[in-house]
Design a protein around this ligand. Sequence first.
Ligand SMILES: Nc1nc2c(ncn2[C@@H]2O[C@H](COP(=O)(O)OP(=O)(O)OP(=O)(O)O)[C@@H](O)[C@H]2O)c(=O)[nH]1
Ligand SMILES: [Mg+2]
Length: 292
Amino acid sequence: MNSGNISIIGKPNVGKSTLFNSLIKKHLAGETNKPQTTRHKIDGVLYEKDTEFLFVDTPGINFNIRKNFNRILNKSALSAIYESDVIVHVINYYEIDSDDHKVIENIRSVEIPKILVLNKVDLDKKSVKLPKILSSLPKEITTIYDEVIPISSKKYSNISRLKILIKKLLPETSKPLYENIISNKPQDFFIAEYIREACIKFLSLELPYSLHVEVNTFNEEEELVSITSTIFLSKKSHLSIVVGKGGSMLVKISKYARINSEKLLGKKVFLKIHVKYDPKWKDTKYFLNSYN
Ligand SMILES: Nc1nc2c(ncn2[C@@H]2O[C@H](COP(=O)(O)OP(=O)(O)OP(=O)(O)O)[C@@H](O)[C@H]2O)c(=O)[nH]1
Ligand SMILES: [Mg+2]
């Protein structure tokens, strides 16, 4: 059989998490139209016939490294590259800009098989642009990659073909490495991520980057999982925005997170969310330990 780690990398917002979720056929990673949605490496295991894929979604590599936080995210993404057996580099199909080139510079001399994925081809409604783009890809780029493939993560097109290409590049192993698990991340990590994803989806752009979510208690019974969690905010004025008129925003966030949690856990979920003002959440042990 073939088995190994596949890192999914690229600049922010190109669709890495959407691709990751499409590959593993589960909603594990947050997908939104705002950059820097992913903050942690997230792994997901897929078993298919005689292949075991361990896909790793990573934070978008961001070259505005004046911000300390971006530096932490980049370190997390770049470390995934070195731990992988295959690198999947995702770009928007319609452009290779300077930020994509910077990612290319980071992987150019890494001796691990690489696939260039041109994502979002569904936007090319009449299929006019793609053939031109494929035929005009510069040689200095295509020679870096073992394979180049256009896909649409959102519409699931060419995903099976991508899996075949990955499989060919994975090492052979005598037995499975990750028997019977969905992910190496604990279940409460995903619950916190669903809440954060809902915040990014439903709240204004700058607010989600100034918040953090922790799961405080997680009690699993036979038919019900009871979870309490806290959203930490850096600004006092954000409290009323997150809670909303008569609590309406918090109800919306809670509903989104609960539905996704129930799908993941396969049980009814009771989810209680507290909201707290704490400008120092980036210094908390819980947050910092999450990068170890
Ligand atoms: N039309 C189209 N949109 C897509 C496709 N894949 C992803 N998107 C959209 O692109 C946006 C970004 O998707 P994400 O999966 O969150 O991107 P990401 O690269 O993980 O972003 P970061 O985690 O912020 O680095 C979302 O609005 C997705 O719905 C696709 O194949 N087609
Ligand atoms: Mg992402």
